[in-house]
Design a protein around this ligand. Structure first.
Ligand SMILES: [Cu+2]
Length: 224
């Protein structure tokens, strides 16, 4: 009986140690709310290691998918690590024309149905705003992060990051967050055996339509 209990402890410790990192990993739970205390979903939390060691791409072979279904991008917000490729399958019976004019990735996939032959690689850190040149209401965001550690808040504004022990700077992003919130940073120290809980308040602007409007103004006359 005593032996069995010991095994449970050993297995629990092993499960917390990622094979490609020398250190053990711990979980930090982040809860994001807005200025009125409401949970914020679709916020991105990213963690930047303060050690100079270069961390590997999480899934170097993997291509991520952002679908187009019923004239919407699915998902609306997608965090990826720098160097990840994304394909944009169109599941609708009409053609879409996916584009971005963002400095982090300026590209377009001219009018198409089905699955584009080549995925698009995202090599530069930053936020990429997606649109469709045919359907102005279609929009989505790709947050390209120069770190393998990030998560998106889901129900109740919660996200969990599994981090090897060490020091990290946490960054936060949300489509509607003001500049001060987007630039706010939090230093954390992950030590063995200690899960962390962090609460973050982002100041959200009432509407994101201004950003979309500026994208449309930039794009006006470009393709039509
Ligand atoms: Cu479209």
């Amino acid at each position: 009986m005593r032996m069995k209990a010991l095994w449970h402890i050993v297995i629990a410790v092993l499960a917390n140690c990622l094979p490609h990192f020398s250190a053990c990993a711990e979980i930090v739970n982040v809860t994001v709310t807005d200025q009125s205390g409401k949970p914020v979903n679709n916020a991105i939390v990213s963690a930047y290691s303060q050690s100079k060691q270069k961390l590997p791409l999480i899934n170097p072979e993997k291509t991520i998918i952002i679908d187009q279904i019923n004239k919407e991008f699915v998902q609306h917000v997608t965090p990826i690590q720098v160097g990840t490729a994304i394909n944009f399958p169109n599941h609708d019976q009409i053609r879409h024309h996916v584009y971005s004019l963002s400095p982090a990735k300026n590209f377009e996939i001219p009018l198409y149905k089905g699955i584009p032959v080549e995925p698009i690689a995202f090599e530069q850190e930053g936020v990429v705003v997606l649109g469709c040149n045919i359907h102005d209401k279609m929009s989505a965001y790709i947050v390209v992060i120069d770190s393998p550690f990030f998560a998106k808040t889901e129900d109740q504004g919660r996200a969990s990051l599994t981090l090897p022990t060490g020091e990290y700077e946490l960054h936060f992003w949300h489509r509607d967050a003001d500049e001060q919130s987007k630039n706010s940073k939090r230093l954390i120290k992950m030590t063995t055996g200690q899960a962390g809980n962090i609460s973050v308040e982002l100041n959200l602007k009432p509407s994101w339509s201004s950003e979309r409007a500026s994208l449309l103004i930039q794009n006006r006359g470009r393709y039509r």
